[in-house]
Design a protein around this ligand. Sequence first.
Ligand code: CA
Length: 315
Amino acid sequence: MLVIMTLLVPIFADTKGFAAHWALSGEVGAHDPTLIKEGNSWYAFSTGPGISVLKSDNGSNFYRVPQVFLTQPSWWKQYAPGLTGDRTLDVWAPDVKSYNGRVWLYYAISSEFGKNISAIGLASASSVGAGSWRDEGVVLTSNTSSNFNAIDPELVIDKDGNPWMAFGSFWSGLKLTRLDKNTMKPTGNISSIAYRPTGDHEIEAPAITYNAQTGYYYLFASIDKCCSGANSTYKIVYGRSKNIAGPYVDKNGVSMMNGGGTILDAGNDRWRGPGGQDIYNNIIVRHSYDATTPKGDPKMLISDLNYDSAGWPTY
Ligand code: CA
């Protein structure tokens, strides 16, 4: 593995930014983190029982605070019947954003890993600090007759202030749908924004950000194999588009609908399988498996997200 990484790094020049992450301390165990700041407080929500929450008072030292859901909302089992026993509160890949005077927390529940019997749910609060989450119910569902998996939600606000939701994992790829400004739930059609035509169609975890300086929307996604500790081959790719609905193209002009995506981060000897990313202003957060721990523990990494002179993202 060491030999392979040594050979790969010079080829994929964009992976060299992997080291440029913030020095974090305390409790940083996380999978699929999403970040928000209120005043001087930072909050990272992530995959875990009832949605795991880490808090920091300075942006560097994090500690664990109570999870969002202490009990299972009554409607979950209707869409994810597998959520029983030790999976009763199993929530995946949340997305937190502030919009229109409230904080919106999208999340996914799924009946079984690798199946698309899933749902995206929503909770909201006047602020994270207020700590009183309101169950907003179901947002979108999928089942075995769907050509997508309703997980990995991402709230996106377009340049005109309208809300959209990106989502998706495997199957026919990453999707986008308009949201109603009041309900924050889908209105209208679902369109496709990224697809990998080959293999197991391993693409998930969309994160979209608009850069007013470049005039582009940037779509980040995770490709290849997650969730295998230090053996994960997960990596972060990106493309850009003048239109939120795409087409998103990579540096080589290949559409992300046709397997395109320039590698932002493929990890290094220590930090394996980076992915499950989220963008907060000009910050990118993701997990990566720490190969210096016996089990390759997933940990949260945060970096400044910059743009080069040609308007492409870089660490
Ligand atoms: Ca997100």
